[in-house]
Design a protein around this ligand. Structure first.
Ligand code: TRP
Length: 369
């Protein structure tokens, strides 16, 4: 189905903790640009608390507490409640209804092949402990999230591509069986490859709270400095300043790749005109890690300073934050209920939409006589 050529964005996050620079580079920054492009009729951001519960069923408090953190992070990076509908998944019962029907569109074998789910199962130790059905099937519920809003564009981090692929398969199958009903969505990921995969400060592939290798958007300047100066992995072979160094696999350069612009050089390191020149020098030898880290801290502070200030402003008015979420969720409830109705109609299970079925039943009974 096309949605009348409307441009509709849906994306979301699990509220399991505050958002960090990986979220910012991989997704939040892009969302702000999309929001400001003026090219979209509707933008929805879903706080996926139900999805978060699929692997935190024993810790609902964590999810409850982190909803506000995630919304504060959204607002502080410049996502604008006038332009975006923020909503909470658990308060949208239509998503549960859609998930239940979409379960019939997917085989367990297909779910087991989803690479993101596979990796997560391993990471969480579900192989030994037993795999909760809810967790195993969360890609189906994610398909419900996306289709419930008739979204055609889904801006996400690279790790989410398998979810969008799975959603597309569900949409195609549903539309084939029940007629054109659902909009086929498309993923949008960051163009800059370095922004797609920002490593943890320790060089591990992902930032994760339990590894303590994150820089959070709400971290103080002191914490940011400590993470970079104290923990950030560089080139272990680069012992003395004069030694030649590697920029590949060097976390400081991975972050510079993601965040620095030529303008930053003019401002803070005018001896180079661009990152490539700086890298050359590092590889040749003669450029110390301290200088590189100091530059990175200056750049990140430029990004983080206004984010912190905006967060402080909203933190002083949590009532307003609550109202934004409430208003957005109520709007989302209407939209998603509409989609569920459409889906149930396509599936011919809309018995109580009108009394038409009385006629149908009477006809059948008469024909039997
Ligand atoms: N799975 C996403 C994540 O872990 C969160 C999410 C839930 C989402 N529903 C979504 C993302 C719908 C995009 C679209 O980050």
């Amino acid at each position: 189905m096309d949605n009348g050529n409307k441009q509709i964005i849906l994306t979301g996050d699990r509220p399991t903790g505050r958002l960090h620079l990986g979220h910012y580079a991989g997704s939040l920054k892009r969302r702000v640009e999309l929001q400001n492009s003026g090219q979209f009729d509707e933008i929805y951001i879903l706080i996926a608390d139900d999805q978060a519960l699929t692997d935190n069923a024993d810790n609902p408090r964590k999810i409850r507490d982190n909803i506000v953190q995630v919304v504060l992070d959204y607002l502080s990076v410049g996502l604008d409640p006038e332009k975006i509908t923020f909503c909470v998944q658990s308060a949208l019962p239509a998503l549960h209804g859609l998930t239940f029907y979409y379960m019939n569109m997917v085989t367990t074998a297909r779910l087991a092949r989803n690479p993101t789910v596979k990796a997560e199962i391993q990471m969480r130790g579900f192989e030994d402990e037993g795999l909760p059905v809810g967790f195993f099937s969360y890609p189906v519920s994610q398909a419900a999230d996306i289709t419930a809003f008739d979204a055609n564009i889904v801006p996400v981090g690279e790790d989410q591509l398998p979810m969008i692929e799975q959603t597309r398969e569900i949409v195609e199958k549903f539309n084939r069986i029940y007629g054109e009903t659902l909009v086929l969505p498309k993923a949008v990921i960051p163009e800059n490859e370095c922004q797609r995969r920002l490593p943890g400060v320790d060089g591990k592939a992902k930032m994760s709270k339990s590894l303590g290798n994150c820089i959070y958007l709400s971290d103080t300047p002191q914490t940011v400095k400590k993470q970079i100066n104290g923990k950030m992995f560089t080139d272990p072979a680069h012992l003395r300043i004069e030694d030649p160094g590697h920029t590949e696999g060097n976390v400081v350069f991975a972050y510079l790749d993601a965040f620095c612009t030529d303008g930053h050089f003019a401002e803070y390191l005018p001896q180079y005109s661009c990152l490539e020149e700086m890298k050359e020098h590092y590889r040749r030898g003669g450029l110390g890690d301290g200088t590189c880290k100091k530059f990175l801290i200056q750049i990140l502070e430029e990004t983080l300073r206004p984010i912190r200030a905006e967060r402080a402003r909203w933190e002083a008015d949590i009532d307003a934050v609550y109202d934004i979420l409430l208003k957005g969720t109520m709007k989302a409830r209407e939209v998603t209920n509409g989609t569920l109705e459409r889906v149930q109609k396509a599936m011919q299970i809309d018995y109580f939409a009108d009394r038409r079925i009385v006629n149908e039943w009477e006809k059948i009974l008469k024909a039997e006589k």
